[in-house]
Design a protein around this ligand. Structure first.
Ligand code: FAD
Length: 315
């Protein structure tokens, strides 16, 4: 079996959902080991075990930017361990570590992958390019280990039978990091996390103003969902960047995505096109979002959303 090393970061005291997605995939193609960055706990080890980790290399919590020390530690681990594949998510720290690791190991990185498979002739990847309008296939030709950065929500995170992985401390030299983390904040939110919500109500420039976004928040509250946004209204300062969905924002895969006053630019679609059901409200019947929507309402958001809220209130 190929040996697969998966980088998993701790978020809010637990393995990140992105890390668990990669681990689920990694353990389906080989013997999976995890490099875990975070305080860790018995609960975290159980979650990792259930998602297929046989071994956890525990790097502990770092108060420096982890790119340089983690790349150094993973390079030593992979050189000694003969790992075939090293998986990272398409996320800030992951990209920093993967780039530095590639230099240390003298290997390439294939980035922005949405799928990965092990064939007779090696590791194949698929990548969405040009804002998701085209898919490119790639194959590594050099020697292992192969380093791949994978987009969030490319695979489901699936827990299997309970299992306890072996946990081995991984020492990292924080002194090699060129930057300290001075402050960090937990993202404020009233409802579920955007990346994990089953229902997302998202708003765009068609809402007219920051005040118009209150309709989106009201509908999300009523449906127990999260709120999202286009870059246009993030750039306009109506909502924080944490809510941005799309190429330069978050990738989401909810059961229901309700797009309110959103045109459907490719850079937005790439972040939400895999939602199970897409409902669009737009006053322009030719808006590109309607070509993707399962259900379209041609109308003014300022009339449709209050009516929808009223109808939901009456149920
Ligand atoms: P618009 O395109 O202006 O659309 C507004 C829509 O509202 C229109 O379709 C209009 O018909 C409709 N409307 C107007 N009034 C009403 C009303 N009263 N009722 C109903 N409908 C109404 N965008 C993202 O979203 N996410 C990204 O991550 C992202 N990354 C980008 C990266 C790059 C490199 C670039 C170049 C662009 C990126 N963009 C991104 C921007 C993207 O190209 C679009 O500009 C943006 O998504 C448009 O946002 P919008 O739909 O809110 O606004």
């Amino acid at each position: 079996m190929p040996r697969v090393l998966v980088f998993v970061q701790e978020v809010d005291g637990a393995p990140s959902s992105l890390g668990l997605e990669l681990l689920t995939k990694g353990s389906s193609i080989g013997d999976a080991e995890v490099v875990y960055l975070g305080a860790g706990s018995n609960a975290a080890w159980s979650i990792l075990g259930a998602h297929g980790a046989q071994v956890v290399h525990h790097a502990g919590a770092a108060d420096v930017l982890p790119g340089a020390p983690l790349a150094e530690a993973i390079a030593a681990l992979a050189s000694a361990g003969g790992h075939d594949l090293i998986l990272f998510g398409q996320a800030y720290d992951d990209r920093d570590i993967a780039g530095r690791l590639a230099v240390r190991l003298d290997r390439t990185v294939l980035a922005n992958a949405v799928d990965i498979a092990l064939g007779e002739d090696g590791v194949h990847t698929r990548h969405e390019i040009l804002g998701g309008s085209k898919v490119a296939s790639a194959k590594f030709t050099g020697p292992a280990p192969y380093i791949v950065l994978i987009r969030p929500k490319s695979f489901p995170a699936m827990a299997g039978e309970p299992a306890q992985p072996e946990v081995i401390p991984l020492s990292i030299n924080q002194g090699t990091s060129p930057a300290m983390v001075l402050e960090s904040h937990v993202e404020e939110r009233a409802g579920p996390k955007l990346e994990e919500a089953a229902v997302i109500v998202s708003g765009g420039r068609g809402l007219g103003s920051a005040a118009g976004y209150e309709l989106v928040e009201a509908l999300a509250r009523r449906l127990g969902g999260a709120t999202g946004a286009t870059r246009a209204i993030v750039d306009a300062g109506w909502v924080p960047y944490a809510m941005q969905v799309g190429q330069t924002g978050k990738t989401v895969k909810p059961d229901i995505y309700i797009a309110c006053g959103i045109s459907g630019a490719m850079q937005h679609l790439v972040g939400m096109k895999d939602a199970k059901t897409i409902i669009a409200i737009n006053k322009d019947p030719d808006a590109p979002i309607f070509s993707l929507a399962d259900l379209g309402i041609v109308g003014d958001v300022h009339k449709v959303l209050p009516k929808l809220l009223e109808a939901l209130g009456n149920r």
